[in-house]
Ligand binder design. Structure first.
Ligand code: 8Y7
Length: 278
């Protein structure tokens, strides 16, 4: 299994880590520590050294309650960082955005993946991805970040999420995006209560059965805090437990703030299930 991303073919025979690089002043767990190029590139260097396969660069916070950011602001945040990473390392770079203009500028700057919490539903997003040949991560979200955590309701959360992702994947295929460029993500915490997140993880094999590689983002999320009674910076061990569980159920990409720890955890799971890597 692989992920076709522009000029790169990412090998997913073994699970891989996507490291989070937020370059927003308001991101919920990195604060504004990486909003200028120096610290952001230092952070990227660490994640590359720790074995991140992909660096996910985001310039607009999607945390619950966050406000939208103008395109020019988002561009000014992400383009210099992407250029800096692409110049220094061979790592795959994804752009965490929903705006086609940002997708295009980020790709020109060196990104090869679009990670879109709106699953390319913005006008022009699918056409951009099809024309450029970038890899895409289609994530499920109910509602929009500003209001999504206000009492989310589903008929059957697992079936609803699977039907949404199947539908959006079909729309991408119809727009001309290659099947092996598409990755699916249940969108933990995006318009979901505790029980919704739990059900989606418990039933992850049903999402894996759709046949596209599955990405999960669980790192430091509030539902870990809800279960464990932990603050944001106390959620590492809980997140590692979930990453191991998700990979054992077939997830292939884990998006995380904690690259080294997550890589060790998922490498052990795959060593048991698939044999040690040679
Ligand atoms: C996810 C994500 C966030 C996720 C994908 C956070 C941008 C909130 N979460 N993208 N982005 N999947 N694909 O806690 O779960 O990192 S932002």
């Amino acid at each position: 299994m692989h992920w076709r991303c522009l000029n790169k073919l990412i090998d997913l025979t073994r699970p891989v880590v996507m490291g989070i690089l937020n370059v927003t002043p308001d991101s919920f767990s990195d604060g504004d520590r990486y909003s200028s190029p120096g610290p952001a590139l230092d952070r990227a260097a660490i994640m590359v050294a720790e074995g991140a396969c992909i660096i996910d660069v985001g310039g607009e916070s999607t945390r619950p309650g966050a406000d939208a950011v103008p395109e020019a602001v988002e561009l000014a945040r992400v383009v210099p960082i992407i250029e800096g990473i692409a110049r220094r390392w061979d790592v795959a770079i994804s752009i965490d955005t929903s705006k086609p203009g940002v997708m295009a500028a980020a790709t020109a700057a060196g990104a090869c993946i679009v990670n879109d919490v709106y699953a390319l539903r913005a006008a022009g997003a699918r056409d951009f991805a099809a024309g450029a040949g970038v890899g895409v991560c289609l994530m499920h979200m109910q509602g929009e970040p500003r209001t999504m955590q206000h009492n989310p309701v589903y008929q059957d959360v697992v079936s609803d999420v699977i039907e949404f992702l199947r539908h959006e994947r079909d729309a991408c295929l119809a727009a001309g995006i290659a099947a092996d460029a598409i990755v699916l993500d249940p969108g933990a915490g995006f318009g979901k209560g505790l029980e919704h997140n739990m059900s989606l993880l418990k039933e992850l094999p049903r999402l894996v059965a759709l046949g596209s590689p599955v990405l999960v983002g669980l790192s430091r999320k509030s539902f870990i805090g809800r279960v464990l009674g932990r603050t944001t910076d106390e959620r590492l061990y809980g997140g590692l437990g979930l990453a191991a569980l998700a990979v054992s159920m077939g997830a292939r990409i884990v998006r995380t703030h904690d690259v080294a720890a997550t890589r060790d955890a998922i490498t052990m799971v795959s060593a048991v299930l698939q044999g040690p890597a040679s």
